[in-house]
Design a protein around this ligand. Structure first.
Ligand SMILES: [Zn+2]
Length: 302
């Protein structure tokens, strides 16, 4: 399992956590779009955060994280994770977590997180699969690192003390999250949390980037009891498909489609996440609408 999420518990300190590691596919995912190095680093860090958010929420469905700054060098940075936590345990089929990400930025965008995104907004959207209510939170972007902005989100929206470290180096992405259990739960206390925060503060981004997750946990918590759970597979890939793009074209309506075909002769659609290109000729488009008409409609039920 090259890419994985490992959850753990510090039972005697009332703290839970998760470590995420991507060792494969990072450069394939990020390399297909021409991102400036600093934008690429932020995108990698946001990609690291997604499985950690999945571990935190335990959601079955989709989580989207969005950084937006309308007039900034990075106008938009979006990462998503599809969560199916029942799947992908060490012996199970498929991946429990599938992550993708993209950014809209100026080609020469450079600087640290604050320079690129301070003054913008962080949005988090949770879309449960089984018909639950969507949840959306928006907070101002604060701090000097992407992890700081997420810590600020946890402080504002969840009111659970949380610390994160996110690192990207040499084709590897790693992230670590620690969170105090709610006060009142076993061994959760301000004092224990301060102790854990002090240990966490000794971990630098470089060390995190270059050290296997379990080694990090052993080093940080060598005097503590750590209960480590089975890792879950994380896949770094886009879920876009020709069928999905076709459905999007159909939703444009026949009139708009006809106008576009008159001018351009065909549709060239590029997936904003992975950069994959889809071409639909006039014949392809005709087939799309024909197929749609032949399908029985269930829109008329009341
Ligand atoms: Zn795609």
């Amino acid at each position: 399992m090259n890419n994985r999420l490992t959850e753990f518990l510090l039972p005697e300190l009332g703290v839970r956590g998760a470590v995420v590691e991507y060792e494969a596919g990072v450069d394939t995912m990020l390399g297909s779009r021409p991102y400036a190095p600093d934008v690429r680093r932020l995108l990698a860090q946001a990609i690291a955060a997604m499985p950690l958010l999945a571990a935190h929420t335990k959601l079955e469905g989709r989580i989207s994280l969005q950084f937006q700054r309308a007039e900034g060098p990075v106008q938009l940075l979006v990462t998503q994770v599809e969560c199916h936590l029942g799947e992908g345990r060490s012996n199970g089929p498929g991946s429990a977590l599938r992550v993708r990400g993209m950014a809209k930025a100026r080609a020469d965008a450079g600087g640290d997180f604050a320079e690129l995104l301070h003054g913008g907004q962080l949005g988090l959207l949770l879309e449960p699969e089984q018909g639950g209510q969507n949840y959306q939170a928006v907070v101002p972007i604060e701090g000097h690192r992407l992890a700081d902005a997420l810590e600020f989100y946890f402080e504002q929206s969840e009111q659970l003390p949380t610390v994160l470290r996110l690192a990207y180096h040499g084709g590897c992405i790693r992230g670590l999250m620690l969170q105090r259990l709610p006060l009142g739960e076993k061994n959760s206390s301000e004092l224990n949390w301060e102790h854990v925060e002090a240990l966490f503060a000794t971990l630098g981004e470089d060390e995190l980037a270059t050290t296997p997750g379990l080694t990090i946990l052993r080093r940080l918590f060598h005097e503590e009891t750590v209960r480590v759970f089975d890792p879950q597979a994380v896949e770094l890939s886009c879920r876009c498909s020709r069928e999905g793009i076709g459905a999007m074209l159909r939703s444009l309506g026949e009139e708009e489609i006809a106008d576009h075909l008159k001018t351009h002769g065909q549709f060239d659609v590029t997936c904003e996440f992975c950069g994959r290109q889809y071409v639909f000729s006039a014949d392809d488009v005709q087939q799309l609408f024909l197929g749609a008409r032949l399908q029985p409609s269930n829109q008329t039920r009341h």
